[in-house]
Design a protein around this ligand. Structure first.
Ligand code: HEC
Ligand code: HEC
Ligand code: HEC
Ligand code: HEC
Length: 111
């Protein structure tokens, strides 16, 4: 876990919240969940979405690290995809596992 992610966790009290998974509202989107940590500005410059998603991608990585630093579902996509290609923040719900078949047609699933 990156230092920025850890300090965000502690600054917002998430370290405590994470110990009880009941704190996740099941129907919350990823964006809503992240807004609770500091607003739209957590991902968008001045709260406004960029046209190409690059600024938002940089924000994800500043807290979570790069695809290359993550597990085997993430690593092969380093340099190929942005986080939002699989975790669309305004559509995906917290706890939802992204599927593979929107891009790979050989039946593979998350490891
Ligand atoms: C976790 C990061 C994150 C947070 C927090 C977030 N957004 Fe976004 N938002 C994105 C990304 C990434 C996109 C690019 C579209 C996509 O892939 O979903 C986006 C797209 C948008 C769009 C373009 C239309 C759409 O839905 O695709 C608007 C408008 C928007 N966001 C507004 C907001 C507002 C207002 C807030 C605060 C209430 C907010 N966002 C919070 C990441 C975030
Ligand atoms: C190819 C699709 C894909 C892309 C791109 C992707 N993810 Fe994931 N992500 C997944 C899948 C599948 C899971 C659930 C299985 C797992 O944990 O690997 C997941 C789980 C996660 C989790 C929860 C589990 C954990 O390790 O804490 C986080 C956080 C996460 N992704 C963040 C990101 C970030 C940040 C990026 C961009 C740097 C990203 N993901 C890009 C598919 C993707
Ligand atoms: C300000 C720091 C910060 C930014 C920016 C940020 N995240 Fe997170 N994110 C967190 C924290 C803290 C958690 C909760 C701990 C965890 O699950 O790692 C989290 C959780 C997640 C999870 C797991 C939620 C679940 O289902 O349990 C995903 C997926 C995720 N983030 C994706 C993204 C994506 C995609 C972006 C960029 C569009 C992004 N994050 C930007 C801090 C951040
Ligand atoms: C948004 C599109 C997209 C999604 C969703 C996606 N991938 Fe990929 N994946 C790609 C692209 C693009 C490449 C790089 C081109 C290639 O090698 O096929 C790739 C390459 C890979 C590779 C290395 C090359 C190969 O085909 O073996 C693996 C492994 C992989 N993906 C696994 C997964 C898994 C597992 C999931 C579901 C958790 C997934 N991908 C979801 C787009 C995606």
């Amino acid at each position: 876990m990156s230092n920025k992610l850890l300090s965000t966790l502690f600054a917002t009290g998430f370290a405590v919240m994470m110990m009880s998974s009941a704190s996740f509202a099941a129907d919350e989107t990823l964006a809503e969940f992240h807004v609770e940590m500091g607003g739209c500005e957590n991902c968008h410059a001045d709260g406004e979405p960029s046209s190409d998603g690059v600024y938002e991608f940089e924000q994800c990585q500043s807290c979570h690290g790069s695809l290359a630093e993550m597990d085997d579902n993430h690593k092969p996509h380093d340099g190929m995809l942005m986080c939002a290609d699989c975790h669309a923040p305004h559509d995906a719900k917290v706890g939802e596992v992204p599927t593979c078949d929107t891009c790979h047609d050989d039946g593979r699933t998350a490891k």
